[in-house]
Write a protein of this length. Structure first.
Length: 261
Protein backbone atom coordinates (compact mmCIF):
# COMPACT_ATOMS: atom_id res chain seq x y z
CA UNK A 1 0.00 0.00 0.00
CA UNK A 2 1.41 3.38 -1.05
CA UNK A 3 1.85 5.77 1.90
CA UNK A 4 -0.31 8.90 1.85
CA UNK A 5 2.08 11.74 0.88
CA UNK A 6 -0.04 14.17 2.93
CA UNK A 7 -0.01 12.05 6.10
CA UNK A 8 1.59 13.57 9.17
CA UNK A 9 4.85 12.05 10.36
CA UNK A 10 5.58 11.36 14.04
CA UNK A 11 9.08 10.59 15.30
CA UNK A 12 9.23 8.56 18.52
CA UNK A 13 12.53 8.92 20.40
CA UNK A 14 12.37 6.28 23.12
CA UNK A 15 14.79 3.59 24.32
CA UNK A 16 12.15 1.40 25.99
CA UNK A 17 10.83 -0.94 23.29
CA UNK A 18 7.47 -1.50 25.02
CA UNK A 19 6.79 2.22 25.41
CA UNK A 20 7.95 2.83 21.86
CA UNK A 21 5.51 0.26 20.47
CA UNK A 22 2.67 1.69 22.55
CA UNK A 23 3.35 5.12 21.02
CA UNK A 24 3.61 3.61 17.53
CA UNK A 25 0.16 2.04 18.00
CA UNK A 26 -1.37 5.16 19.55
CA UNK A 27 -0.08 7.61 16.95
CA UNK A 28 -0.81 5.21 14.10
CA UNK A 29 -4.43 5.05 15.25
CA UNK A 30 -4.47 8.85 15.12
CA UNK A 31 -3.40 8.93 11.48
CA UNK A 32 0.37 9.35 11.76
CA UNK A 33 3.13 7.64 9.86
CA UNK A 34 5.58 6.73 12.62
CA UNK A 35 9.35 6.51 12.60
CA UNK A 36 11.44 5.42 15.57
CA UNK A 37 14.76 6.20 17.24
CA UNK A 38 16.26 4.26 20.17
CA UNK A 39 18.54 7.07 21.35
CA UNK A 40 19.05 10.80 21.16
CA UNK A 41 21.63 10.90 18.39
CA UNK A 42 19.45 8.79 16.10
CA UNK A 43 16.55 11.08 16.91
CA UNK A 44 18.42 14.25 16.01
CA UNK A 45 19.53 12.69 12.70
CA UNK A 46 15.96 11.63 11.85
CA UNK A 47 14.61 15.10 12.63
CA UNK A 48 17.16 16.54 10.21
CA UNK A 49 16.43 13.96 7.48
CA UNK A 50 12.68 13.31 7.77
CA UNK A 51 11.27 16.64 9.02
CA UNK A 52 8.52 15.14 11.24
CA UNK A 53 5.38 17.03 12.24
CA UNK A 54 5.45 15.63 15.78
CA UNK A 55 8.25 14.38 18.06
CA UNK A 56 7.71 12.40 21.25
CA UNK A 57 10.87 12.60 23.30
CA UNK A 58 11.80 10.53 26.33
CA UNK A 59 13.64 12.52 28.97
CA UNK A 60 15.91 9.64 30.02
CA UNK A 61 17.80 8.37 26.97
CA UNK A 62 20.94 6.19 27.05
CA UNK A 63 23.30 8.57 25.25
CA UNK A 64 22.17 12.20 25.51
CA UNK A 65 19.15 13.13 27.59
CA UNK A 66 15.90 14.48 26.23
CA UNK A 67 16.64 18.03 27.35
CA UNK A 68 19.79 18.15 25.23
CA UNK A 69 18.02 16.47 22.30
CA UNK A 70 15.30 19.11 22.45
CA UNK A 71 17.90 21.89 22.42
CA UNK A 72 19.58 20.34 19.37
CA UNK A 73 16.42 19.76 17.32
CA UNK A 74 14.72 23.11 17.96
CA UNK A 75 16.88 24.99 15.39
CA UNK A 76 16.12 22.20 12.88
CA UNK A 77 12.36 21.91 13.13
CA UNK A 78 9.14 23.53 14.24
CA UNK A 79 7.50 20.17 14.95
CA UNK A 80 5.36 19.80 18.02
CA UNK A 81 7.47 18.24 20.79
CA UNK A 82 6.00 16.18 23.62
CA UNK A 83 8.45 15.25 26.35
CA UNK A 84 7.78 11.96 28.14
CA UNK A 85 9.17 11.42 31.60
CA UNK A 86 8.88 9.14 34.60
CA UNK A 87 9.98 11.99 36.86
CA UNK A 88 7.34 13.77 38.86
CA UNK A 89 9.08 16.85 40.11
CA UNK A 90 8.11 20.22 38.68
CA UNK A 91 11.65 21.27 37.77
CA UNK A 92 11.97 18.71 34.98
CA UNK A 93 8.60 19.73 33.59
CA UNK A 94 9.59 23.38 33.48
CA UNK A 95 13.01 22.64 31.98
CA UNK A 96 11.30 20.81 29.15
CA UNK A 97 8.98 23.71 28.46
CA UNK A 98 11.76 26.32 28.63
CA UNK A 99 13.81 24.63 25.90
CA UNK A 100 10.94 24.55 23.42
CA UNK A 101 8.81 21.51 24.28
CA UNK A 102 5.10 22.03 23.73
CA UNK A 103 3.81 19.59 26.32
CA UNK A 104 4.83 16.77 28.64
CA UNK A 105 3.37 13.38 29.53
CA UNK A 106 4.27 11.51 32.72
CA UNK A 107 4.70 7.72 32.67
CA UNK A 108 2.67 5.63 32.98
CA UNK A 109 0.31 7.24 30.48
CA UNK A 110 -2.77 6.06 28.65
CA UNK A 111 -3.02 5.98 24.84
CA UNK A 112 -6.22 8.02 25.15
CA UNK A 113 -4.38 10.77 27.03
CA UNK A 114 -1.61 10.98 24.43
CA UNK A 115 -4.11 10.96 21.57
CA UNK A 116 -6.17 13.73 23.17
CA UNK A 117 -3.14 15.95 23.76
CA UNK A 118 -1.82 15.44 20.24
CA UNK A 119 -5.19 16.16 18.65
CA UNK A 120 -5.54 19.32 20.74
CA UNK A 121 -2.18 20.54 19.41
CA UNK A 122 -3.05 19.88 15.78
CA UNK A 123 -6.39 21.64 16.05
CA UNK A 124 -4.41 24.88 16.17
CA UNK A 125 -3.82 26.34 12.70
CA UNK A 126 -0.41 25.37 11.33
CA UNK A 127 0.63 28.39 9.29
CA UNK A 128 3.91 28.49 7.40
CA UNK A 129 6.71 28.75 9.95
CA UNK A 130 10.11 30.18 9.22
CA UNK A 131 12.85 27.59 9.77
CA UNK A 132 16.47 28.65 10.21
CA UNK A 133 17.75 25.78 8.10
CA UNK A 134 15.10 25.16 5.44
CA UNK A 135 11.30 25.28 4.95
CA UNK A 136 9.13 22.62 6.53
CA UNK A 137 7.41 20.06 4.32
CA UNK A 138 4.58 21.55 2.35
CA UNK A 139 5.86 25.14 2.48
CA UNK A 140 6.55 25.64 -1.17
CA UNK A 141 5.69 29.34 -1.39
CA UNK A 142 8.46 31.90 -0.90
CA UNK A 143 8.73 33.44 2.54
CA UNK A 144 7.76 37.10 2.77
CA UNK A 145 10.59 39.47 3.54
CA UNK A 146 10.26 41.59 6.69
CA UNK A 147 9.34 45.19 5.92
CA UNK A 148 11.80 48.01 6.41
CA UNK A 149 11.24 49.99 9.59
CA UNK A 150 9.11 53.01 8.61
CA UNK A 151 9.52 56.50 9.97
CA UNK A 152 5.82 56.57 10.85
CA UNK A 153 3.96 53.52 12.12
CA UNK A 154 1.65 52.34 9.29
CA UNK A 155 -2.00 51.46 9.54
CA UNK A 156 -2.48 47.72 10.22
CA UNK A 157 -2.79 45.60 7.07
CA UNK A 158 -3.93 42.02 6.59
CA UNK A 159 -1.38 39.69 8.07
CA UNK A 160 0.57 42.45 9.82
CA UNK A 161 0.48 43.63 13.44
CA UNK A 162 2.50 46.48 14.88
CA UNK A 163 2.97 47.66 18.45
CA UNK A 164 5.63 50.29 18.94
CA UNK A 165 8.96 48.71 18.00
CA UNK A 166 7.29 45.32 17.43
CA UNK A 167 6.29 44.22 13.93
CA UNK A 168 4.58 40.86 13.45
CA UNK A 169 3.92 39.16 10.13
CA UNK A 170 1.23 36.65 11.08
CA UNK A 171 1.23 34.92 7.69
CA UNK A 172 5.00 34.51 7.43
CA UNK A 173 5.20 34.03 11.22
CA UNK A 174 8.06 36.49 11.64
CA UNK A 175 8.29 38.81 14.66
CA UNK A 176 10.69 41.76 14.54
CA UNK A 177 11.83 43.95 17.43
CA UNK A 178 13.69 47.17 16.57
CA UNK A 179 14.29 45.71 13.09
CA UNK A 180 15.78 42.43 14.36
CA UNK A 181 13.98 39.10 14.00
CA UNK A 182 13.14 37.41 17.29
CA UNK A 183 14.06 33.69 17.63
CA UNK A 184 10.64 32.62 18.90
CA UNK A 185 9.27 29.12 19.24
CA UNK A 186 5.86 28.43 17.74
CA UNK A 187 4.01 28.91 21.02
CA UNK A 188 5.96 32.06 21.92
CA UNK A 189 5.03 33.51 18.52
CA UNK A 190 1.36 32.58 19.00
CA UNK A 191 1.32 34.17 22.45
CA UNK A 192 2.92 37.40 21.25
CA UNK A 193 0.67 37.67 18.20
CA UNK A 194 -2.41 37.07 20.35
CA UNK A 195 -1.45 39.73 22.89
CA UNK A 196 -0.62 42.27 20.18
CA UNK A 197 -3.85 41.52 18.30
CA UNK A 198 -5.78 42.97 21.25
CA UNK A 199 -3.29 45.31 22.94
CA UNK A 200 -5.84 47.00 25.21
CA UNK A 201 -7.43 43.75 26.28
CA UNK A 202 -6.52 41.87 29.46
CA UNK A 203 -6.00 38.30 28.26
CA UNK A 204 -7.00 35.79 30.90
CA UNK A 205 -4.75 32.77 31.31
CA UNK A 206 -7.71 30.47 30.64
CA UNK A 207 -8.44 32.30 27.37
CA UNK A 208 -4.82 32.01 26.23
CA UNK A 209 -4.79 28.29 27.08
CA UNK A 210 -7.96 27.66 25.08
CA UNK A 211 -6.87 29.80 22.13
CA UNK A 212 -3.28 28.50 21.81
CA UNK A 213 -3.23 25.04 23.39
CA UNK A 214 -6.84 24.04 22.71
CA UNK A 215 -9.83 23.13 24.85
CA UNK A 216 -9.44 21.16 28.05
CA UNK A 217 -6.29 22.87 29.36
CA UNK A 218 -7.77 25.11 32.06
CA UNK A 219 -5.87 23.26 34.80
CA UNK A 220 -2.48 23.83 33.16
CA UNK A 221 -2.10 27.58 33.66
CA UNK A 222 1.61 27.12 34.44
CA UNK A 223 2.07 26.48 30.69
CA UNK A 224 1.13 30.11 30.00
CA UNK A 225 3.32 31.43 32.81
CA UNK A 226 6.41 29.51 31.66
CA UNK A 227 6.06 30.54 28.03
CA UNK A 228 5.34 34.17 28.93
CA UNK A 229 8.51 34.17 31.03
CA UNK A 230 10.53 32.82 28.11
CA UNK A 231 8.93 35.33 25.74
CA UNK A 232 9.85 38.18 28.06
CA UNK A 233 13.48 37.04 28.08
CA UNK A 234 13.60 37.15 24.30
CA UNK A 235 12.01 40.59 24.30
CA UNK A 236 14.71 41.76 26.72
CA UNK A 237 12.11 42.70 29.30
CA UNK A 238 12.93 44.20 32.68
CA UNK A 239 10.31 42.53 34.89
CA UNK A 240 10.30 45.52 37.25
CA UNK A 241 9.70 47.97 34.40
CA UNK A 242 8.23 46.00 31.47
CA UNK A 243 8.36 47.53 28.03
CA UNK A 244 5.81 45.22 26.41
CA UNK A 245 3.99 42.63 28.55
CA UNK A 246 2.31 43.60 31.79
CA UNK A 247 1.02 41.06 34.32
CA UNK A 248 -2.48 41.83 35.59
CA UNK A 249 -2.36 40.16 38.97
CA UNK A 250 -4.85 37.35 39.43
CA UNK A 251 -6.16 37.66 35.87
CA UNK A 252 -3.61 37.40 33.07
CA UNK A 253 -1.61 39.67 30.76
CA UNK A 254 -1.94 42.73 28.56
CA UNK A 255 0.34 44.82 26.37
CA UNK A 256 1.87 48.02 27.71
CA UNK A 257 1.06 51.16 25.73
CA UNK A 258 3.57 51.44 22.86
CA UNK A 259 6.53 53.61 23.75
CA UNK A 260 7.76 56.43 21.56
CA UNK A 261 11.32 55.06 21.32
Amino acid sequence: MTPDPDARVALIIEDDADVRQLLVMTLGMNGFITIEAENGRQGVALVRDRKPDLVTLDLNLPDIDGVEVCRQIRPLTDAYVIMITARQDEIDRLIGLEIGADDFVVKPFSPREVGARVNAMFRRPRSTVRNVSQPLLGTGTPEPQPPAAPAVEPEPVAGMLTHGALSIDTEGRIAMLDGVELPLTRIEFDLLATLVSGPRRVWQRETLLSRIWGDGWVNDQHLVEVHIRNLRKKLGEDTKAPRFIRTVRGVGYRMMPPSAD
